[in-house]
Design a protein around this ligand. Structure first.
Ligand code: CA
Length: 232
């Protein structure tokens, strides 16, 4: 099952593309701005990214440039203007293809299929990310995690939550932000989900879950990960 990340702020277009890609059997992730697109690309390692250029917070050119430093995931850029096409070609951003808006659904799906066929034949090297804090070690490429006493058996959401916390060590993260990053925008539920998973995670990673040293509660906000080596 291949996963496609759609970074597109025009919701109607995004939903139409998503619907049709899902009908073709792809798993689809949606991001409505460049920053979120980058986050989902890093977290979920999609097989293909469809990237609009004019995006809130971080434009598609910047997203593509940053992505290229980190992975060789195929990228199709969506462009509304001829001068954008010139920039895509001229900047050598490393985009694999571009489609001018407006485009037909048939054309779009054909391009996606073509790229998927090409990449399925030559599996790309996944980028390796190992996060370390105190006695904790999290390898997001193999999705394995360890503490002093050995390997941790973490369910998917607890693993994603821990990786997200360590990546943002020292920063207070709100429950809403954690919900969005770990559970995604589609998640229907409330922030108590975060609290429950934090409790489970503490039971696994903390020596004394009642007096956590890694995951600190930030009253009225959410949680903050503290690595012992970062403390004064
Ligand atoms: Ca746009």
């Amino acid at each position: 099952m291949s996963t496609i990340l759609l970074v597109e702020d025009e919701l109607t277009l995004a939903e139409t593309l998503r619907y049709n890609l899902e009908r073709e059997g792809y798993t689809v992730l949606l991001a409505a701005d460049g920053v979120q697109g980058l986050e989902l690309a890093r977290r979920d390692q999609p097989d293909l990214i469809v990237l609009d250029i004019m995006l809130p917070r971080l434009d598609g050119f910047s997203v593509c440039r940053i992505l290229r430093q980190e992975s060789d995931v195929p990228v199709i850029m969506l462009t509304a203007r001829q001068d954008e096409v010139d920039r895509i070609v001229g900047l050598e951003l490393g985009a694999d293809d571009y489609i001018g808006k407006p485009f037909s659904l048939g054309e779009f799906l054909a391009r996606v299929r073509a790229i998927m066929r090409r990449t399925e034949r030559q599996p790309r090297g996944a980028s390796r990310e190992v996060l370390e804090a105190g006695a904790l070690r999290v390898d997001t490429s193999s999705r394995r995690a360890w503490r002093e006493s050995g390997e941790l058996a973490l369910p998917q959401k607890e693993f994603d939550l821990l990786a997200c916390l360590i990546r943002n060590r020292g920063i207070a993260l709100s429950r809403d932000l954690l919900l969005e990053r770990v559970w995604g925008l589609d998640f229907i539920g409330d922030s108590r989900t975060v609290d429950v998973h934090i409790r489970w995670l503490r039971e696994k990673i903390e020596l004394d879950p009642a007096r956590p040293r890694y995951i600190q509660t930030v009253r009225g906000v959410g949680y903050r990960f503290e690595a012992p080596e970062d403390l004064p």
